[in-house]
Design a protein. Structure first.
Length: 76
């Protein structure tokens, strides 16, 4: 049985997700550092950058949720 048949909600999520292209012009030294970091993790530069952006986005959203919770409970 296919994964999407066992988990129909997951299949809907996968179908609705798309990809876009983002082109960046970066310094050669920065690209080398990114290659080094990615290689240490056995990743491509693209995967490393996307993972870093996702992690940063999560951290920001998590901090916002903490701040809003503290404001709700009157914690300073």
């Amino acid at each position: 049985m296919a994964e999407c048949e066992r988990h129909p909600a997951r299949a809907a999520t996968l179908v609705s997700m798309g990809t876009s292209v983002l082109s960046l012009r970066i310094d050669g030294e920065l690209l080398e550092r990114l290659r080094d970091h990615a290689a240490k993790r056995g990743m491509s530069v693209q995967d490393y950058v996307v993972r870093t952006l996702i992690r940063d986005d999560f951290d920001e959203r998590f901090q916002t949720a903490v701040d809003e919770t503290e404001k709700f409970y009157g914690v300073t």
